[in-house]
Design a protein around this ligand. Structure first.
Ligand SMILES: Nc1ncnc2c1ncn2[C@@H]1O[C@H](COP(=O)(O)OP(=O)(O)OP(=O)(O)O)[C@@H](O)[C@H]1O
Length: 278
């Protein structure tokens, strides 16, 4: 069984489509990322999958159930990390995690979760004394303390410093390695590229491209740009397969210390995709 199956999902606000017909399958154990500009319909889609918003039309199955009708047993199998969650500021990190753990039938140990998110040194500090990035880690701790089979992460690393982001990525890989299915909404393309097995680009309520980070939007098949220096001048050429050109450069004695071969970045492809819908 797939973790998520969506067909023909639509959501209309005041006669206007925020989600205009989305089909989606997320396999169990997969890290799936939703990318898209502000207002594209990502949060609406994810909140429908979480059972927090009603849909206008379409079929949705999450862990085999319709989120619009599923009960508390289903809810306890899902973890959610929201944008800007509001934590109880006067409790300590440990108290907060322990409190939330109490709502789940088979939670992780609070101290284990605190360690996983890198907050052991802050275990006994009140939430209100934490920095923005540290609070975000508490949000992540609360999302995973119930040992969810499926974890929704909405912009999880906003406000993280670079080291905290790397640590968080490791945590996500660890969770995925343990079989947790992860749906990640992010504006950071490097994050999607580093983590996602597959990703979908949403624009104007529709999926405009779907694939692995390497193949999205024909990226893998795009021409490579080869550049090098010749007689003191920078030269560059765009070719499908750089092998012949490089062989030629080697035999012709070109200066290869400055040789670079680049293909479109995920960001180039993404901007093309969303630009095409505007
Ligand atoms: N409760 C609501 N009532 C009316 N319109 C809404 C409501 N929620 C969202 N919308 C509209 O639906 C569209 C999609 O919004 P949504 O929040 O899903 O986008 P998003 O892709 O998550 O954007 P962001 O990246 O900014 O979080 C937007 O045009 C938004 O204005």
């Amino acid at each position: 069984m797939e973790a998520i199956e969506v067909t023909g999902l639509r959501k209309t606000y005041n006669g206007r489509d925020a989600v205009a017909g989305i089909d989606l399958v997320v396999a169990r154990g997969e890290i799936f990322s939703l990318l898209g500009p502000n207002g594209a319909g990502k949060t609406t889609t994810v909140e429908i999958l979480e059972g927090h918003r009603r849909r206008t039309a379409g079929d949705v199955r999450v862990l085999g159930e319709d989120p619009g009708k599923a009960g508390s047993a289903w809810r306890s199998r899902i973890g959610i990390v929201l944008q800007d969650a509001d934590d109880a500021a006067d409790l300590t990190v440990h108290e907060t995690v322990r409190h939330i753990a109490g709502f789940y039938p088979s939670p992780r140990k609070p101290d284990e979760v605190i360690e996983l998110v890198g907050l052991t040194a802050k275990r006994n500090d009140k939430i209100r004394t934490l920095s923005g990035g540290q609070r975000r880690r508490v949000d992540v701790a609360l999302g995973i303390v119930g040992s969810p089979e499926l974890l929704f992460l909405d912009e999880p690393t906003t406000g993280f410093d670079p080291e905290a982001r790397r640590q968080f990525w490791e945590l996500i890989r660890t969770l995925a390695g343990d079989g947790t299915t992860i749906v990640l909404t992010t504006h950071y393309l490097d994050e999607a590229e580093a983590l996602a097995d597959r990703l979908a680009v949403v624009a104007d309520g529709r999926i405009v491209a779907e694939g692995t980070p390497a193949t999205l939007g024909g990226r893998a098949a795009s021409e490579a740009r080869v550049s090098w220096t010749e007689d003191g001048l920078v030269r560059s050429e765009q070719v499908a397969d750089p092998s012949d050109l490089i062989r030629h450069l080697v035999t012709s004695g070109a200066d290869l210390t400055t040789l670079t071969i680049t293909r479109p970045t995920l960001e180039d492809t993404y901007l093309d995709l969303i630009g095409a819908t505007r």
